[in-house]
Write a protein that binds this ligand. Structure first.
Ligand SMILES: NC(=O)c1ccc[n+]([C@@H]2O[C@H](COP(=O)([O-])OP(=O)(O)OC[C@H]3O[C@@H](n4cnc5c(N)ncnc54)[C@H](OP(=O)(O)O)[C@@H]3O)[C@@H](O)[C@H]2O)c1
Length: 243
């Protein structure tokens, strides 16, 4: 097992976030969960998880929240449709500004790694999901803000998330942001995130991931080895829809 790390999971009561918390905790790490609803967190998460109650739209608390953390995993997302039309918890706040502010705080506090759960399709402004509050465009801006820091980051762009199925060895990693019909389970995203944690071969890299259903014996670590760091790919954020 890797050394025990101090890890902050943002969006820890989310469906993917809670899976990530559970996997990291079971791997022996000290997990801090940023949540906006402590009661929900107490129902969902192990009592050993350190809870930090905070609304992400309050950027002023970020410095003290990230202080002392080795790794930050950002799995929060605006629930875009409802919040865009009926509230203020918008993609602009949660998928962009909050990512940007947290990345800047992480850089100030020498955090070792920042893992962002983004989305397949962020470079496709006309993809139908972008209708909902331009969530994909804001996510892309969040990615760019993270890239503009000096942090060691990993940006994971999952395809459609589902709650059933677990076969991480069937996941394919790719880097042209092609829109694919396949989905991936939240538990599989959590496993991939766990394997990214403190993986020294993953330096400033972005990749998409879906499950293609084909059985391979290739471990994720070997798939990671084929990924091209962002600085060696130009352009890495501009492709046309239906590519
Ligand atoms: N759905 C898909 O098919 C899909 C595909 C690709 C990528 N993604 C992205 O993958 C990520 C995880 O998706 P998911 O479906 O697992 O997400 P989810 O279940 O909707 O969880 C989102 C999390 O963000 C938290 N959050 C939202 N606003 C907040 C605020 N103001 N302060 C603090 N926390 C806040 C939520 O808190 P509460 O628990 O209190 O609500 C929740 O924990 C998201 O970024 C999503 O956009 C989704």
């Amino acid at each position: 097992m890797a050394d025990s790390l101090n890890i902050l999971v943002v969006g820890a009561t989310g469906r993917t976030g809670a899976e990530i918390v559970s996997k990291l905790y079971n791997a022996g790490h000290t997990v801090h969960a940023l949540v906006r609803n402590t009661v929900k967190a107490q129902h969902l998460l192990s009592p050993d998880i350190h809870l930090i109650e905070h609304d992400l739209r309050d950027y002023s608390g970020y410095d003290s929240i990230v202080q002392g953390k080795d790794i930050i995993i950002y799995a929060a997302g605006s629930t875009s449709f409802k919040s865009y039309y009926f509230g203020k918890n918008t993609p602009k706040h949660i998928d962009y500004q909050s990512v940007r502010q947290m990345a800047m705080a992480a850089e100030n506090h020498s955090v070792k790694q920042f893992i962002l759960i983004s989305s397949m399709g962020v470079t496709h402004p006309f993809f139908f999901l972008n209708v909902f509050g331009r969530v994909l465009s804001w996510k892309l801006k969040g990615e760019k803000a993270l890239r503009s820091t000096h942090l060691n980051y990993v940006i994971i762009r999952p395809g459609k998330l589902v709650d059933e199925g677990y076969a991480p060895e069937q996941c394919i990693l790719y880097q042209d942001d092609k829109i694919r019909n396949q989905s991936i389970s939240r538990e599989e995203v959590a496993e991939i995130t766990k394997q990214c944690v403190a993986n020294p071969d993953l330096l400033r890299v972005t990749f998409e991931v879906v499950k293609d259903g084909l059985q391979t014996n290739e471990p994720l670590s070997s798939k990671f080895n084929r990924l091209i760091p962002d600085q060696n790919r130009t352009p890495y954020t501009q492709v046309k829809i239906n590519a």
